[in-house]
Structure formats: structure tokens, C-alpha cells
Design a protein around this ligand. Structure first.
Ligand code: SLL
Length: 157
């Protein structure tokens, strides 16, 4: 398989979390009493017309050790995990590509460290009426000198 020299493809992605306080109505019978929030952490391409599924084998979300099965594995979109809890911690989001694809150089072990936010943290961001907190960030997946196959996957619409 040939690499396309001097070409690099950037795929814009967003990742992060939202969180809401657990109201008595939202609580399930098995929700631990010390859990105060429900949150969702996610990863996705910004553009809807970009399909990363032929490239991505799975996305793993590594939660704090206080969680059972701390490494959550998601094999197809939406790449996200919803949980309840009481504390903030760092989540490691790791994009695992299919092996045998011979991707470019830079995107191997693409890994993101996301600080889970449950409480309002940005004085510039107006508080939402429903109390929801969002911490959403932008990044780029860069495929440097992709193979022809990968180039084609990323550029067809
Ligand atoms: C802290 N650094 O000490 C943080 C750790 C851990 C959060 C927060 C619940 C886990 C569970 C949970 O929210 N853990 O009960 O399954 O503040």
C-alpha cells in the first residue's frame, strides 16, 4: 500500500461531557445514595458527513477506579458513556483504530485526557436554567501521509 506523500488530513473532532444534578425523579432504585450527578462523556467527529466507523475499532473511556469495570469500551457510534457519581476526575478517551489499515504516523494511539466537570467552572459561561454543565472541547485527528485506502475513506462523501 502506497502512502500519499506531503498530504495530511485533519478531521475535526469534539469531546467532553455534560452533567446534571440528580433530582429525586431521575434517581433509579439502584443509584447509590452518595451519587449527586448524572453525566455523559463523548467523542465524535464535528462534521456529520465524515464517517470514521471504517477506521475506528473501538473507543475506550477509562474512568476513575471507584467505578466498576473502569474501562468502558464502545464499538460503534455514539461513542459515549453515561454514568452517575459524586466527584470529578480525569477520563482517558482512547481511539483504537483497526489494525492492518496502515494509518498515518501521528494518529496512532490517539488519546485524550478529559477532566470531567460536574460543577460550573467557567465564569464566562452563563449558567443554564436547567443547571446543566457542559465541558466540550475541540481537537483534530491528523492523518499524516495516509495510505491511499485511508485517504479514500476520509475524503469520500
Ligand atoms: C475526588 N479525585 O477524590 C476525585 C475522585 C471519584 C468519583 C472522584 C463514584 C464512583 C462510584 C464517583 O463519582 N467517583 O461510586 O461508582 O474527589
Amino acid at each position: 500500500t502506497k502512502r500519499i506523500k506531503f498530504v495530511s488530513i485533519s478531521v475535526p473532532v469534539i469531546y467532553g461531557n455534560n452533567a446534571v444534578r440528580l433530582s429525586p425523579e431521575k434517581r433509579k432504585p439502584n443509584t447509590p445514595p452518595d451519587h449527586t450527578h448524572e453525566w455523559t462523556v463523548f467523542f465524535k467527529p464535528v462534521l456529520n458527513n465524515i464517517d470514521l466507523t471504517p477506521l475506528i475499532k473501538k473507543v475506550t473511556f477509562k474512568l476513575h477506579e471507584t467505578y466498576e469495570n473502569a474501562v468502558r469500551s464502545v464499538e460503534k457510534p455514539p461513542y459515549q458513556v453515561t454514568e452517575t457519581g459524586w466527584g470529578e476526575f480525569e477520563i482517558i478517551i482512547k481511539i483504537h483504530f483497526h489494525t492492518g489499515l496502515e494509518l498515518g504516523i501521528s494518529e496512532k494511539n490517539f488519546q485524550i485526557f478529559h477532566g470531567l466537570k460536574l460543577h460550573p467552572f467557567n465564569p464566562q459561561q452563563p449558567l443554564k436554567e436547567n443547571g446543566e454543565v457542559n465541558s466540550i472541547l475541540y481537537d483534530e485527528l491528523v492523518f499524516q501521509e495516509p495510505t491511499e485506502k485511508v485517504f479514500e475513506m476520509l475524503t469520500r462523501k
